[in-house]
Design a protein around this ligand. Structure first.
Ligand code: FES
Ligand SMILES: [Fe+2]
Length: 326
């Protein structure tokens, strides 16, 4: 994982009022809940007393209560009450505090700051310029037995489209891969497929290709957007579970009509098309070895792998930059 980043980890709707969501993300077992004002909170899902899962407990107002001996914790993981000590106790109980993580919400997504809390960036990664409230969306999720880096690379891979998706989005046997052109500007990695039918011509280098209106966009560490048209987009956030597992949350965004409910219906239908395509990818990506990709690997890459090389390079720089700072 790249440290000091906001990772999109879970849909907001997964954590209801008075509910505790037990999730594994970024190799951590976490308990997410809401305090009495609805604010999202996140603590490590292990009681410091004798190790019970806090997620099996209860929400009491602003606090999460352990199911075993009733210790209570606030949104900052601070232990606020130990029933066995009694209400009258004034003892210092700070050694019972549990680790907490910064979490925030935006557009129905919960983000977790993975790194030093004091370095937390103000702005959450999102496609602010491309998506607004005029769109309706529908979301599906799927678990892949893959490292999140492989899942992301798959969505930047223009070479696989006519092979893996030969009977869906890659119909037409456009196996010859021109470029593609790759840009990295203002924190967004962008590319687009320029594939053609192979009539014996030579593929064009990236310098002779353009970024088309239909393009792929990625913001580190884990959010991607396929700009299909000005009215249809597909967004994916790749929630890392651990080093071998990822949950993909795939949203179909639509504003084809002026009527919200119709847009919602189209988005609802569109997500099933996404599912067919996603399953075609998953079948192959889960077989990739090693599980995680890396910038310096023994893989023999092609010209068409330009977006993947760029992704690996930036990921490597972000990781090394962090290492150097520590
Ligand atoms: S294990 Fe949580 S209160 Fe004892
Ligand atoms: Fe694909």
């Amino acid at each position: 994982m790249i440290p000091n980043q906001w990772y999109a980890i879970l849909p907001s709707k997964s954590v209801g009022k008075n509910e505790i969501a037990a999730v594994r993300r970024l190799n951590l077992d976490l308990a997410l809940f809401r305090n009495s004002s609805g604010e999202i909170c996140c603590v490590v899902d292990q009681c410091p007393h004798r190790g019970a899962a806090l997620s099996a407990g209860k929400i009491e107002g602003d606090y999460i209560r352990c199911p075993f001996h009733g210790l209570e914790f606030d949104k900052n993981g601070k232990c606020t009450f130990i029933p066995a000590n009694g209400k009258a106790s004034t003892a210092d109980i700070s050694r019972y505090n549990v680790r907490h993580y910064l979490v925030k919400e935006l557009n129905g997504i919960i983000y977790l700051w993975y790194g030093d809390a004091e370095k937390a960036a103000e702005k959450l990664p999102f496609f602010y310029d491309q998506i607004d409230e005029t769109y309706s969306y529908s979301e599906i999720e799927d678990h892949w037995n893959s490292h999140y880096s492989r899942c992301i690379e798959n969505q930047l891979d223009v070479v696989h489209v006519p092979i893996v998706h030969y009977n869906t989005i890659g119909r037409g046997n456009k196996t010859l891969v021109n470029g593609p052109k790759v840009l990295y500007e203002n924190g967004i990695l962008q590319t687009s497929a320029n594939n053609e039918t192979d009539n014996g011509q030579k593929p064009k280098p990236p310098s002779e290709c353009i970024i088309k209106d239909t393009n792929l966009n990625f913001i580190f560490p884990n959010i991607w957007l396929n700009h299909i048209s000005s009215k249809i987009k597909v967004l994916i956030y790749f929630a890392p579970v651990d080093d071998e597992n990822t949950i993909l949350y795939i949203r179909f965004y639509c504003k084809l009509t002026k009527i919200k409910i119709i847009n919602s219906l189209i988005a609802f239908t569109g997500k099933f098309a996404n599912k067919i395509i996603e399953r075609q990818d998953k079948r192959v990506v889960i077989t990739q070895k090693p599980k995680a990709s890396s910038f310096k690997s023994g893989e023999k890459l092609l010209m068409g792998d330009g977006p993947i090389i760029m992704y690996r390079k930036i990921r490597d720089e972000l990781k090394n930059h962090q290492d150097n700072q520590q």
